[in-house]
Design a protein around this ligand. Structure first.
Ligand code: SF4
Ligand code: SF4
Length: 111
C-alpha cells in the first residue's frame, strides 16, 4: 500500500468555462507515484459480479492468469477468492474458465 495521501475534489466550479483559457483549467487526475492502484477501490464500478463454484473448479488457475485486475487470490496454489474491492466485473475469468466454474451475476442479485 502506498503512503501517498490522496487528495480528492468532489465539486468543480466551472462557472463561465466557455470563456476560460487553458491556464484556468484545474489539473485532472495526477498519479503521484507508481504502485498505488491498490489504494483505489475500483470494484465500485462493477455492474456484474463473478461467482465461483467450488464443485466445478479444477484449480487450473487460468482465470487468475487472465484477470486484468489481479482480483483473483490464490492460496497454496489453489483458487482462493475474488478481491471484490478491485474486481471490475469484466467477465474475462468467466469466459476463460474451461469448466464454467465462474458465472457472472448482476451486482446485488447474487444469492
Ligand atoms: S479457470 Fe475455472 S477451473 Fe480454472 S481455477 Fe479458475 S475457476 Fe477454477
Ligand atoms: S470479472 Fe474481470 S476483474 Fe473480476 S475477477 Fe473476473 S477477470 Fe478479474
Amino acid at each position: 500500500m502506498s503512503k501517498t495521501k490522496i487528495k480528492t475534489q468532489t465539486k468543480w466550479n466551472i462557472k463561465g468555462i466557455e470563456n476560460w483559457g487553458w491556464k484556468k483549467h484545474p489539473l485532472g487526475a495526477t498519479i503521484p507515484e507508481a504502485g498505488n492502484a491498490a489504494d483505489y477501490k475500483t470494484g465500485g464500478w462493477r455492474s456484474n459480479r463473478p461467482i465461483w463454484d467450488e464443485e466445478k473448479c479444477t484449480n487450473c488457475l487460468i482465470c487468475w492468469i487472465n484477470c486484468p485486475d489481479s482480483s483473483i487470490r490464490v492460496k497454496d496454489e489453489k483458487w482462493d477468492s475474488f478481491d471484490y474491492d478491485h474486481c471490475k466485473g469484466c467477465g474475462i475469468c468467466a469466459n476463460v474458465c474451461p469448466t464454467k466454474a465462474i458465472t457472472m451475476v448482476e451486482e446485488g442479485g447474487e444469492k
